[in-house]
Design a protein around this ligand. Structure first.
Ligand code: SPV
Ligand code: MG
Length: 433
C-alpha cells in the first residue's frame, strides 16, 4: 500500500476537503498532518476549534487512515519521518502565501522519488470564502471572547489597534497589508482606550465616562466586527465596583480587561508626574485583582494588571516587585507602561521579568517608545502590542484642516482634495445601495 500525506487545518470540514481526501485515498493509505495551533499561528490562520475537536471530526472519515500533528507551517519534519509516496494538496497553494512551503515539499519529495499531486481547488469552496461568509453572519459572544487566549497561545505576538467607534473598528478588522515576503498581516484585536473613548466624547481621561456609556460604544463596535477586544478599565474603581464591571464586560464578550495600579482621581499616564497621580499599594491592588478573578464567570476572560511604577518614577525594582505580586494574586497578564521615547527601561523590565516568569503574557503600549518593531518586541518576550490612540489621532487633524479650509474659502471646493470622494463613502459600507 502506498503512503499518502495530506496536510490540513479543517476548522470547517467542507466539500473541498472531501474532494481532496477522496482523490488521495485512491492513491493509497492516507495520513493527515493536522495543524497544531502553533503551526496555524505561523500563517495567521487561527482555527475556531481546538486540535482535539478537529481531530475528532477527521477520525470519523473512512478515507483517513491516521492523523498526526503537523507542528509547523513547513511540512519538512513530518515528510522526513513518513517519506510518503504522495503528497496531495489543493492547487490553490501555487499562488497564495503558502507557495514557499509548496516549493520545499517539491524539493523534499525528490529525495525518495515521491510525487506531489495537486487537485484543482474550486474557487467557490475554500476556507477563506467560508470564513468570510461566517464573519458576515457575525460571531457569538463566547467565540469572540475566547479567541484572545487562543491567539496568545498560537502567535508569537499580537497586534492590537485602538478603536473608538464602529467605523474605526471596521478599519481594525479589515485592514490587510501584504509584506515584501508575501506575508499577509492584519490586526488581531481591538483596544477600547479610555483616552480616545473619552476624547471622542469630548471629555477628559479621568474616568468621567461611565461604564454604561463605554459599553454602548462597544455594543456598536461589536455589531459590525468579529475580532476580540481588550478593554481599558482605568483603575477599575473600588473593588466592590470592579466586581460588577467584570461581569458586564464578560457579558458583552470582551476578552480582557486591563486595570492600572493607581488610586484617587485618575489622570492619563502620559502626563507622568507633571500632574499629581497616586499609585495604589501592592496590597490593595492585589485585593482588587482577586475580587475581579472571583467575580468572573467564564474561564476565558482575562484580567491584566498594569504597572505604573515607571510612569510615576517609582523605579524598576518597584515595577518588578509589583509584577510578581500581581501575578501571584491571579493576574492573567502584566502590562508595563513607560512614557520615555527611549525603550531601555521597558526592555530591561521585560527581560528581567522573563527570567523569572516565562509564561505570563506581557503587554506593552509603545506610544512614546514607538521606534520598536513587533519583531523586536517578540524577541524579548512581549506577547501583546497595543497601538493605543492612533486612529483618533489620525482622524482629528484631517477634520480640523478641512473645517478651517471651508471657513477660509467660504466654500468647500478647496477642501475636496483632503476629503474622501463621495462615491467612495457611499460604497464604503456594503448594503447601502
Ligand atoms: C489609553 O489608551 O487610554 C491608555 C494608554 O490607558 S495611555 O494613554 O498611554 O495611558
Ligand atoms: Mg487609559
Amino acid at each position: 500500500m502506498k503512503k499518502v500525506y495530506i496536510s490540513l487545518i479543517v476548522d470547517l470540514l467542507h466539500a473541498g476537503h472531501i474532494r481532496v481526501l477522496k482523490e488521495a485515498s485512491k492513491l493509497g493509505e492516507v495520513t493527515v498532518g493536522l495543524w497544531t495551533l502553533k503551526a496555524c499561528g505561523e500563517i495567521d490562520d487561527i482555527p475556531y476549534l481546538d486540535y482535539d475537536k478537529r481531530k475528532e471530526v477527521l477520525e470519523s472519515l473512512t478515507m483517513v487512515k491516521s492523523i498526526i500533528p503537523q507542528d509547523s507551517a513547513s511540512y519538512k519534519s513530518n515528510l522526513l519521518k513518513l517519506k510518503p509516496d504522495f503528497v496531495v494538496h489543493g492547487d490553490d497553494w501555487k499562488h497564495n502565501s503558502q507557495k514557499r512551503y509548496r516549493l520545499e515539499v517539491i524539493e523534499l519529495l525528490k529525495h525518495w522519488n515521491g510525487e506531489l499531486v495537486e487537485i484543482p481547488y474550486s474557487s467557490d469552496i475554500n476556507d477563506v470564502n467560508i470564513k468570510d461568509q461566517m464573519s458576515n453572519l457575525g460571531i457569538t459572544t463566547t467565540s469572540r471572547q475566547g479567541r484572545l487566549r487562543r491567539l496568545i497561545e498560537a502567535k508569537p505576538i499580537l497586534k492590537i489597534l485602538e478603536v473608538h467607534n464602529a467605523l474605526s473598528a471596521l478599519i481594525a478588522e479589515n485592514t490587510i497589508e501584504t509584506l515584501e515576503n508575501d506575508e499577509i498581516v492584519r490586526f488581531d484585536g481591538m483596544w477600547s482606550s479610555s483616552l480616545t473613548d473619552s476624547t471622542s466624547k469630548g471629555k477628559p481621561d479621568i474616568e468621567a465616562v461611565d461604564t454604561t456609556a463605554r459599553l454602548t460604544t462597544i455594543n456598536e463596535i461589536f455589531e459590525v466586527t468579529t475580532i476580540p477586544m481588550i478593554y481599558d478599565a482605568d483603575t477599575g474603581g473600588k473593588p466592590e465596583h470592579f466586581e460588577f464591571t467584570v461581569r458586564s464586560l464578560e457579558r458583552v464578550g470582551i476578552s480582557a480587561v486591563i486595570i492600572e495600579d493607581k488610586t484617587g482621581l485618575k489622570k492619563n499616564s502620559l502626563f507622568g508626574n507633571e500632574v499629581s497621580q497616586t499609585q495604589d499599594t501592592i496590597e490593595n491592588f492585589c485585593y482588587k485583582i482577586k475580587v475581579g478573578k472571583l467575580a468572573q464567570i467564564t474561564k476565558d476572560f482575562m484580567i491584566i494588571a498594569r504597572i505604573e511604577s515607571l510612569i510615576l518614577e517609582a523605579g524598576m525594582e518597584d515595577a518588578l516587585t509589583r509584577a510578581f505580586a500581581y501575578v501571584k494574586a491571579g493576574a492573567d497578564g502584566i502590562m508595563i507602561h513607560s512614557r520615555l521615547k527611549d525603550p531601555s527601561e521597558i526592555i530591561e523590565f521585560v527581560e528581567r521579568f522573563r527570567k523569572e516568569d516565562s509564561y505570563t503574557p506581557i503587554v506593552v503600549v509603545p506610544t512614546s517608545f514607538n521606534s520598536v518593531t513587533t519583531e523586536e518586541f517578540t524577541k524579548i518576550g512581549v506577547n501583546i502590542v497595543i497601538y493605543a490612540n492612533h486612529m483618533l489621532r489620525a482622524a482629528y487633524p484631517g477634520m480640523v484642516k478641512v473645517a478651517k479650509l471651508i471657513l477660509k474659502h467660504k466654500r468647500s471646493l478647496e477642501a475636496e482634495a483632503d476629503c474622501m470622494p463621495i462615491k467612495e463613502i457611499l460604497n464604503l459600507i456594503p448594503g447601502t445601495k
